[in-house]
Design a protein around this ligand. Structure first.
Ligand code: NAD
Length: 327
């Protein structure tokens, strides 16, 4: 990356999985980082490595509160907006809270960022915006109808970002994350993502439960690829590359059955008994699409995005991390 200046970056949701990885990365690059988080799903321990760093500031606050957003964004050059309530099932169980955080909170952050005159607002969008479109690979301009309240909120984010650019001139870039995984992703709770949940279950000799026959597939994306695309989106000088959305993915798909196979392969090197653990199959889950695969051509062409970690390389790293931190 050619940009060697030092900036102040606000990372909302910075105590969460993706946000805390971004905080650490940009602190180590020498930037000043402010984290705004209410710890709804994030954890203080995710920030252990940087909490006492002189360039790091933690603000405990809620994006549903405009004053908290304004306070956090004061003096920031860039915003990486990650705070949201993730999970399709959570949004089905409680659409009102998901909407408050993901839509009203997002709008607060846009208003605060506009008023603070930040250079750019880069935000976590989602592959769920492709909804019921069956086209593969997913290309940014061809979306279907949302399949869950969560997907609606993430699509509304894109619409608001576009209007804030057109109406107020705020530069924005949305990154449609595809099933991100890696160190610090939470394995616990009813809404945990599959990879950390499966790794920890296997580590503890419990059977992982797959929703459906295991032939559904996803474009699982390692966290370091996501860090790379955030950095590129934040600093790109190419004006044709801003005020739009990108798929943030590796660009390959893996079935859940293959995922279990790869995880067992890595884990068996650490504990041979894991090879024998059977997988259980349950019913399909509401709101799940059968297959997801990103085209990353747009990000390659406009942002020069070159994801370094394939799913298998990323899984090896993730397994090592869970083994050394949670075994
Ligand atoms: P996460 O739950 O680990 O992180 C979200 C963070 O936001 C948490 O630290 C949480 O405490 C914080 N937060 C929630 N509500 C808040 C509020 N009202 N005010 C302030 N902070 C609040 O989830 P993640 O996987 O790191 O996801 C980060 C972003 O990426 C989210 O916007 C999510 O929708 C999006 N995303 C993630 C994935 C994925 O595969 N992980 C896929 C698509 C999109």
């Amino acid at each position: 990356m050619a940009n060697s200046s030092i900036y102040k970056i606000l990372i909302t949701g910075g105590a969460g999985f993706i946000g805390s990885n971004l905080c650490e990365y940009f602190i180590h690059k020498g930037h000043q980082v402010v984290c705004l988080d209410n710890f709804a799903t994030g954890h203080r321990h995710n920030l252990n490595a940087i909490i006492n760093h002189p360039n790091f500031q933690l603000i405990e606050g809620d994006i549903r509160n405009l004053a908290d957003c304004k306070h956090a964004v004061e003096g920031a050059d860039y915003v990486l907006h990650q705070a949201a309530l993730g999970s399709v099932p959570r949004s089905i169980n409680d659409p009102i809270t998901t909407n408050d955080v993901n839509v009203s909170g997002f709008l607060n952050m846009l208003v605060a960022s506009r008023d603070a005159k930040v250079k750019r607002f880069v935000y976590a969008a989602s592959s769920s915006t492709y909804g019921d479109s069956e086209a593969l690979p997913k290309e940014e301009e061809k979306i279907g109808k949302p399949l869950s309240p969560y997907a609606i909120t993430k699509y509304v984010n894109e619409l608001y970002a576009d209007i804030f650019n057109k109406t107020y001139g705020l530069e924005t870039i949305g990154l449609r994350y595809f099933n991100v995984f890696g160190r610090k992703q939470d394995p616990n709770g009813a809404y945990a993502a599959v990879i950390p949940k499966f790794v920890v279950q296997l580590m503890h000799h419990e059977s992982p439960i797959i929703n459906g026959d295991g032939n559904y597939s996803r474009d699982f994306t390692y966290i370091d690829n996501i860090i790379q695309i955030n950095e590129l989106a934040m600093f790109t000088q190419n004006q044709d590359a801003v005020n739009t959305v990108y798929n943030a993915a590796f660009g390959d798909r893996t079935t859940l059955n293959d995922l279990i196979f790869y995880l067992k392969e890595s884990l068996t090197e650490l504990d041979a008994a894991i090879a024998q653990i059977p997988t259980i199959h349950g019913p399909n889950r509401a709101g799940d699409i059968p297959h997801s695969l990103a085209s990353i051509v747009k990000a390659q062409n406009l942002l020069d995005y070159q994801p370094k970690y394939s799913i298998q390389d990323g899984l090896k790293e993730a397994v090592k991390w869970y083994w050394s931190h949670l075994k």
